[in-house]
Ligand binder design. Sequence first.
Ligand SMILES: *Cc1c(COP(=O)(O)O)cnc(C)c1O
Length: 379
Amino acid sequence: MLKRYLLAPGPTPVPPEALLAMAMPIIHHRSPDFLPVLDSAKKGLQWLYQTKNDVLVLCATGTGGMVGSVNNFFSPGDKALVINAGNFGERWTKICKSYNLSVEEIKIDWGYTVKPEDVEKALKKDPSIKGVFVQASETSTGVYHDIKALAEIVRKYDNTIFVVDAISALVAHDLRMDEWGIDVLIGGSQKGLMLPPGLAFVGVSEKAWKFADKATSPKFYFNFKKERESLAKNQTSFTSPVTLIIGLNESLKLLRAEGLENAFARHERLSRATREAIKALGLDMFTKESPSYAVTAINAPAGIDGQEIYKNLRVKYGITAAGGQGHVKGKIFRIAHLGYAGAFDVITAIAGVEMVLKGMGHPLKLGTGVAVAQELLMV
Ligand SMILES: *Cc1c(COP(=O)(O)O)cnc(C)c1O
């Protein structure tokens, strides 16, 4: 038997409290049993999103939330400004184009963050831009974009909304939807929320709802105005993923007990310990600035294939981390510290990386990175 450890940036491990609750018999989504379940999830999500707005619950993976955030607020021909700093930024472009939006990209080298002044310049030059699209945490490169600064810029433009894919950032980073003025904030179940894949969440501001009134893109399954009406009655428009929503209440209960500030601080601490341990091993960060608290992206040492590191971690030691995506596949590997994560997840990951690299002939002293992580994670 090989004991398995899930240290990927989604899916992430599910705590026993949620697993147990999800093992209960199915209840009917139109019965009175379900109404308080969704009511509680709805309120918990508003707490997590730091918002008074509706947070829609969709039966989809995170990408479904992204798709719905394009076709519900925009019409064919509308101008979209996409901040493309990695694989998921690229996804925004593809989704926008599939609904015939006119896309302008701010392309950023992988490993770097967007400069807010570049967004300001683009909006000044063309105030007819209807939406600015970004990732909070760009999971493919391990970068966190400055959502607060970006929101401050976009909110000055009445005809532009700010659409944030926070699928990997939610729970790891402080994202103040109302205070900062984020218009559309997207999350997913299998990342910071510590659940199986299958739920997407979309917070929608009053400003964005006005866009929804005018948007003519085709819609059927993802119809946010209908979902909003259903949610007001503690329902979803179609069959509710009742099991996942029951699990969601358990995850939210754990997070509420921890407190939002503590959850963010925990992710910050775990990410810092991971980075410092990696540096102590003589490895370079792939992320050049503003590291995400959710995932750490690391350059494979010269002459070693990043995919082989990822594969050896999994095959030899049962650790599922992540390799590289797109053009950096083979050049990097990634370790997540997201959701149901603690000190020993980082220590396990670093110990595994040391053993794998030594096994591949890379010179290092076992325990070097682990010791650094231990120092930083001691309480
Ligand atoms: C995981 C992820 C997604 C969505 O992926 P799904 O497979 O559709 O859940 C989107 N954006 C980011 C930044 C992600 O990390």
